[in-house]
Design a protein around this ligand. Structure first.
Ligand code: 13P
Length: 248
C-alpha cells in the first residue's frame, strides 16, 4: 500500500511573509490523511520547521550537492537540509536540468547523497514538447529514470515525479491518457529493476496541477500524488488539491 503524497514545490518564491501560508495550510489540514510536504526555498526551511510545531507537515529541499561537505561555494549538502528540518529533497527537476546543466548521472550522485543523509529523494523526469511531438517521450523518460535512480534505491526513500516540461507553469496539463501511459511505463520500469521495492515507490504527477483538474489526475492508476508548483504557494489553492488526494 503506497501512502499518497501532496507535495508543494515553492521554487524561488517566498520570504518571511510567506510563513503565514504555512500557518494557514496547517490550520486547514489539522490531521491530513495523506503525506503533506512543502519544499520551500532553503532559506525558509528552518523557519518553517520551527513554525510547524508538532504538525505532520513535512519539509524538503529543492536540490542538494552530491558531496557531504567541502569547498563548493553556494551549494547546500543533503545533511544541511536534514539539519534544518527537511526530510525530503527534490532532485533533477527540469528547471535544474535546464538552468544548471544537471545530467541524470549528476542526479544519481545527488540521490546517493540524499540517502546517506536519510532524506527521501523525489527524482524528477519528463520530456520536452519537442521530444513528445517526435514520439520520444517514453524513451527519454526511461533513460532519465535509468540514469537518475541509484541501483540501491528503496521504496521508503525514493519517489519519482513525472513532470512533462511543457506542462510546467504553462496551464497546460497532460491528458489523463498521457499521464496513464507514462505512469504505467515508469511503474513497469521500476518493478523490472527493483521488484517489490519498485512496486512500493510512489510516482507523482507534476505540471499545472490545480484544484479543478486534481481529482481527474488522482483517479489515474499509478498516480500516487502530485508535485505542485504555482498552486502550492497559497494555502487556499493547495488545500483543495490535498482534499482531492484524500478523496482519491
Ligand atoms: P506548476 O504546478 O507551477 O506547473 O509547476 C510544476 C512543477 O514544476 C513542480 O515541481
Amino acid at each position: 500500500m503506497r501512502r499518497k503524497l501532496a507535495a508543494g514545490n515553492w521554487k524561488m518564491n517566498g520570504t518571511d511573509a510567506a510563513l503565514a501560508e504555512v500557518d494557514a495550510l496547517i490550520a486547514a489540514n489539522p490531521s491530513p490523511m495523506v503525506d503533506l510536504l512543502i519544499c520551500p526555498p532553503a532559506t525558509l526551511i528552518d523557519r518553517m520547521n520551527r513554525r510547524r510545531g508538532n504538525h505532520a507537515l513535512a519539509l524538503g529541499g529543492q536540490d542538494c550537492h552530491h558531496a557531504a561537505s567541502g569547498a563548493h561555494t553556494g551549494d547546500i549538502s543533503a545533511a544541511m537540509l536534514a539539519d534544518a528540518g527537511a526530510s525530503h529533497v527534490i532532485l533533477g527537476h527540469s528547471e535544474r536540468r535546464a538552468d544548471h546543466g544537471e545530467t541524470s548521472e549528476m542526479v544519481r550522485a545527488k540521490a546517493l547523497a540524499a540517502q546517506d543523509a536519510g532524506l527521501i529523494a523525489i527524482i524528477c523526469v519528463g520530456e520536452t514538447l519537442a521530444q513528445r511531438e517526435a514520439g520520444q517521450a517514453l524513451t527519454v523518460i526511461g533513460a532519465q529514470l535509468a540514469g537518475s535512480v541509484p541501483d540501491n534505491a528503496r521504496a521508503a526513500r525514493t519517489v519519482v515525479a513525472y513532470e512533462p516540461v511543457w506542462a510546467i507553469g504553462t496551464g497546460k496539463t497532460a491528458t489523463t491518457t498521457e499521464i496513464a501511459e507514462v505512469h504505467a511505463a515508469i511503474r513497469a520500469a521500476l518493478v523490472a529493476r527493483f521488484d517489490a521495492e519498485g512496486t512500493g515507490m510512489r510516482i507523482l504527477y507534476g505540471g499545472s496541477v490545480k484544484a479543478s483538474n486534481a481529482a481527474d489526475i488522482f483517479a489515474v492508476p499509478d498516480v500516487d500524488g502530485a508535485l505542485v508548483g504555482g498552486a502550492s504557494l497559497k494555502a487556499a489553492d493547495f488545500t483543495p488539491i490535498v482534499a482531492a488526494l484524500e478523496r482519491a
